[in-house]
Design a protein around this ligand. Structure first.
Ligand code: SF4
Ligand code: FES
Length: 220
């Protein structure tokens, strides 16, 4: 498979045993990294990542917590690579994005891969300037949605399969493939892989698309 269509800027920070990669275009400043290992992740410094200040295993463990995939790593000491969850999950953050984990590809309507990774945050407020990725704009625009699911389904999501998220240029995010969708409260849950999720912010049936994107002239 070739390179994804969306070219992402990547900064690398190396230390014995590990190379940390940072994609600034994905960071939404959730600060999981800073809280997890403040001695390594120092936003006020240039460079801001100091992987030499902690054991490679500890750095890797904190990177797993980065919800957007802004941080990834390669072990150069034969250490274990990041484990990929067997089942894909999509968590609907209250008043925020969709957080995806697993084997994730964002694809165009024509099937070309635009982005891929194991962790990703996708915009659902419609205001991100880095669509389809979240850039934190939901806070600025006061996006409100609890991320609750209207009902529960329980077919079993297959393990080890890719979830493709199809970007409709002027419409929703269409999920194709096995995924467990977790509601904002973490209680209700549905599994399946063929739903259209609103990404314009305007649907009256959130988290699903209700066609409002057409009326408001959304462009993604
Ligand atoms: S955990 Fe990831 S998204 Fe959050 S501040 Fe760190 S790099 Fe950015
Ligand atoms: S994408 Fe928001 S209503 Fe369709």
């Amino acid at each position: 498979m070739g390179e994804p269509l969306i070219a992402e800027k990547v900064h690398e920070f190396s230390a014995p045993g590990i190379t940390v990669q940072f994609r600034p275009g994905r960071c939404i400043h959730s600060a999981e990294c800073v809280r997890g290992l403040p001695v390594v992740f120092q936003p006020g410094d240039r460079p801001w990542v100091h992987p030499d200040r902690a054991p490679a295993d500890a750095v890797a463990q904190v990177i797993h917590r980065c919800p957007t995939g802004a941080l990834t790593y390669e072990r150069t000491d034969g250490g274990t690579a990041e484990p990929i969850p067997a089942r894909n999950t999509a968590v609907l953050a209250p008043d925020g994005p969709i957080y995806l984990r697993g084997r994730i590809q964002v694809v165009t309507m024509g099937g070309d891969v635009a982005l891929e990774g194991n962790r990703m945050a996708l915009c659902r407020c419609g205001a991100s300037r880095r669509k389809p990725l979240c850039d934190g704009s939901h806070r600025k625009v006061g996006f409100r949605d609890p991320g609750e699911l209207p009902y529960v389904e329980t077919p079993v999501a297959e393990a080890g399969q890719v979830l493709q998220v199809v970007m409709s240029p002027r419409g929703p995010l269409m999920f194709r493939g096995p995924v467990t969708v977790v509601s904002g409260s973490g209680v209700a849950r549905t599994e399946g892989g063929s739903r259209a999720f609103c990404r314009c912010g305007g649907s009256s049936n959130k988290p699903y698309c209700d066609g409002t994107h057409g009326r408001i002239g959304f462009t993604g």
